[in-house]
Ligand binder design. Structure first.
Ligand code: ATP
Ligand code: MG
Length: 433
């Protein structure tokens, strides 16, 4: 397996060379080496060094002492930050989340030994051109498999997040899990339950970057990770939808969408609670359940709002007329309606439903959006103060009249002319006196 040497930026080499000049050793390590060997794009360059944090600080003019107690110094080199971490080992893990103590070591192999998977436990020293791969990571890369460093059960007992990371890499790297590694997942579930929800959310979002995230979630279901972290999902596998089940539908829809993570998450999660929901309560009940789960797992307010909105408006009747299209835009909101329909389309395809009918509806929606048809009180050609002037007072009546006007305008957008609406206000005012 050859490393795409020319992909290492000069700046990264320069940081390593500077440390070498000062008598230290420096390697790039972890995800970046893995991605270089795979010929994938690298998103962050982690550097590790035999220099102690003080020595690293002394070697560079601009540093940010980010995580000195963990041995990490952020070096600013030509304006770009690089994390430079002193080689370290880890003490015992008594809480299943973080080591009780970290200590510095001299040997790169000792640093690699604390890492999660063999493919993430490779280092490369740019100054000498040597690859350090004590755990057979390159071989596992070639076989496209995720294998724990050392004894899987022991490594997972140290940090419960590792099993979720393993599942996530199955998606993002398009690898499979080595048997012994997967077999150890079951015994690590109790430890996994202690992992902070923030870290779980981060892995979910990273999983969404995979070309096809579904294999990661299939591993999570199969190994019990979902039972412990998102128990709303596994029951979908027992819920038939045509010739498939609701879980398969969620996974297909997830892979079908290539857009922002919120849309993919909405597709994956749209069916939660479906086995218990009735036609009346779905998808509103699903959106409510999701709101709770997303809050619990620390998704941001924006993420929550977007995802639940996309789920809440999945009831789309493509056979409606123009009026129905406008009512849909009123509910789904003009700015978000295209995303609602992208998710809808992915789900319809995943269910093997009638995509053509939906495509027709989508066209009608686009036309209405291009015309910017009025769908909110704010879109009306009159404002609250116009109603107030006609009534001669403020109060609730203003809102009631505006909503009546909007209702009429949704039925017939040509009424949305100032003069016409002012006349309607005058006619409605006496009822509200
Ligand atoms: P990505 O490409 O998604 O960033 P990554 O492997 O770089 O994947 P990071 O979270 O950036 O993941 O971590 C960098 C490196 O730190 C990993 O490659 C691995 O060697 C080590 N590492 C990260 N998290 C853990 C963990 N929970 N347990 C052990 N080692 C870990
Ligand atoms: Mg990384």
């Amino acid at each position: 397996m050859s490393l795409a040497e020319d992909q290492i930026p000069d700046e990264v080499r320069e940081v390593c060379a500077r440390l070498r000049e000062r008598g230290h050793r420096a390697w790039i390590v972890g995800g970046c080496v893995r991605d270089l060997l795979l010929g994938r794009e690298v998103n962050d360059w982690d550097i590790c060094t035999s220099a102690k944090p003080k020595e690293t600080k002394a070697a560079f003019r601009k540093v940010i002492p980010t995580g000195i107690q963990h041995g990490t110094v952020t070096v600013l080199w030509k304006g770009v930050p690089y994390e430079v971490t002193t080689l370290r080992g880890e003490g015992a893990y008594s809480d299943g989340r973080r080591p009780d103590e970290v200590f510095f070591v001299d040997d790169i192999a000792d640093d690699l030994a604390r890492r999660d998977f063999t493919v993430n436990a490779i280092a490369y020293e740019p100054t000498s051109g040597t690859l350090v791969d004590p755990f057979g990571g390159a071989e596992d890369l070639a076989a496209r498999r995720i294998r724990a460093v050392g004894v899987p059960a022991e490594r997972f007992a140290e940090d419960g997040l590792r099993i979720l990371r393993g599942a996530r890499f199955v998606g993002t790297l398009e690898f499979t899990l080595e048997d012994e590694t997967e077999a150890a997942f079951a015994g690590a579930l109790d430890t996994f339950e202690k992992v902070s929800h923030e870290r779980i959310r981060e892995e979910w979002l990273k999983a969404m970057k995979a070309p096809r995230p579904s294999p990661a979630f299939e591993v999570m279901r199969r190994t019990g990770i979902l039972d412990r972290s998102c128990p709303l999902l596994p029951p979908l596998a027992d819920w038939p939808v045509g010739d498939r089940n609701a879980w398969e539908v969620c996974l297909r829809a997830l892979d079908d969408l290539q857009g922002p993570p919120e849309e993919r998450l909405a597709a994956l999660l749209h069916g939660v609670g479906r086995p218990r929901a009735t036609d009346e309560t779905y998808p509103g009940a699903s959106a409510d359940l999701l709101e709770k789960w997303l809050t619990d797992y620390r998704f941001s307010k924006d993420e929550r709002r977007t995802i639940t909105h996309l789920v809440r408006h999945q009831r789309v009747d493509p056979s409606v007329d123009e009026r129905g299209v406008r009512r849909f835009l009123q509910r789904a909101e003009k700015a978000r309606a295209p995303a609602v329909l992208r998710v809808r389309r992915a789900i319809v395809r995943a269910e093997g439903g009638d995509e053509n009918a939906l495509a027709g509806f989508q066209e009608e929606v686009e036309k209405a959006l291009a015309l910017n048809v009025p769908t909110t009180v704010g879109d009306l050609a009159v404002k609250g103060h116009d109603v107030q002037a006609a009534l001669g007072r403020g109060g609730r009546a203003i809102g009631e009249i505006l909503r009546t006007l909007l209702d009429e305008v949704l039925d017939n957008p040509s009424l949305n002319e100032r003069e016409t609406l002012l006349a309607r206000i005058a006619a409605l005012a006496p009822e509200h006196q």
